[in-house]
Design a protein around this ligand. Structure first.
Ligand SMILES: [Zn+2]
Length: 168
């Protein structure tokens, strides 16, 4: 009985075999968008959907993108703010909000790093999420930051922000 006709084997007909193939193909087809959804979609946050430690955060019509491969804490581009979740994740909420606000500041004041810092720290002051004592965390974060061609050394940036914070 090595070559039993399929119809003689209970429950194993050509029809049910085809049914199994269809089921397998359907699962495979479904698996592609589900996988893409998990690897891409949770990292893209259209306006009104982004949160920082449970706090809703927006920047006009800007879409937030979490990119663990970003070679910086954040980056502003037209219509987009990219943030590195690995860098931000290690910071206290106040400093996370500062960086998001800094990148939003670029959308408002342009390329200048000092202007974006100033805009961000005044927003934090005026909205109440950056109290004066938060400068302790800010100073610690920037203490060993040497700066680069577009960014002043950390302590210079902090002093600039303290001046902005104190000004009206
Ligand atoms: Zn910047």
């Amino acid at each position: 009985m090595r070559y039993a006709a399929p119809s003689l084997v209970k429950g194993f007909t050509m029809k049910s075999l085809w049914g199994r193939r269809l089921a397998t193909i359907a699962m495979f087809v479904n698996a592609v968008p589900i996988e893409a959804q998990y690897s891409v979609q949770p990292n893209i946050f259209p306006p009104g959907t982004f949160f920082v430690d449970g706090i809703p955060v927006g920047c006009g019509g800007v879409t937030f993108v979490l990119d663990p491969n970003l070679n910086d804490v954040g980056q502003a581009a037209p219509g987009i703010i990219r943030l590195n979740p690995n860098v931000l994740g290690a910071l206290p909420t106040t400093l996370k909000l500062f960086w998001v606000s800094h990148e939003c500041g670029h959308h408002v004041v342009g390329f200048s790093e000092n202007a974006a810092d100033c805009w961000a720290i005044r927003l934090g002051r005026d909205q109440g999420w950056f109290p004066p004592k938060a400068f302790d965390e800010m100073i610690a974060m920037f203490r060993n930051n040497p700066g680069d061609f577009s960014h002043a050394p950390g302590p210079v940036r902090v002093q600039n922000m303290i001046n902005c914070y104190r000004a009206p």
